[in-house]
Design a protein around this ligand. Structure first.
Ligand code: HEC
Length: 105
């Protein structure tokens, strides 16, 4: 390695350190806003349904909601909209979302 490539190497490490820090900070965030955003169009940012056919989630039981999300995913509760929405959610996502809507005001 010659001296001219040193700044390059340094900036690479600095960039990596910043990325690791940023990703770490995001995954530690209790609420993943990007995932919540997928719900608010119907259920509202405050958990109050945007239209009659969308149930209110504000103040709904956390355990109840996790159970419903799992039921939509397994197909034991049938609703074509919600089945599509929950398809790619992990169990941790469901818990995070249920917690968010149980506490949102
Ligand atoms: C396109 C509109 C739409 C989107 C987007 C949507 N939902 Fe729903 N959701 C519905 C509808 C409609 C129902 C009622 C389903 C039924 O009749 O069984 C529902 C039902 C639910 C229920 C069950 C409520 C109850 O009282 O039993 C939960 C929990 C829920 N949604 C959570 C979510 C979460 C979390 C997201 C985001 C990942 C989300 N929904 C995104 C339309 C939507």
């Amino acid at each position: 390695m010659n001296n001219r490539s040193l700044p390059k190497v340094c900036s690479y490490w600095l960039f990596s350190a910043v990325m690791v820090f940023t990703v770490g900070a995001l995954s530690n965030d209790v609420t993943d806003q990007a995932k919540v955003a997928a719900c608010v169009a119907c259920h509202g940012a405050d958990g109050v349904g945007k239209a009659d056919q969308y149930p209110n989630l504000q103040g709904q039981g956390e355990a109840y909601m996790v159970k419903q999300l799992k039921a939509f995913q397994s197909g034991s509760r049938k609703n074509s909209t919600m089945t599509t929405v929950v398809k790619s959610l992990s169990e941790a996502d469901m818990q995070m979302l249920a917690k968010f809507f149980a506490q949102v005001k």
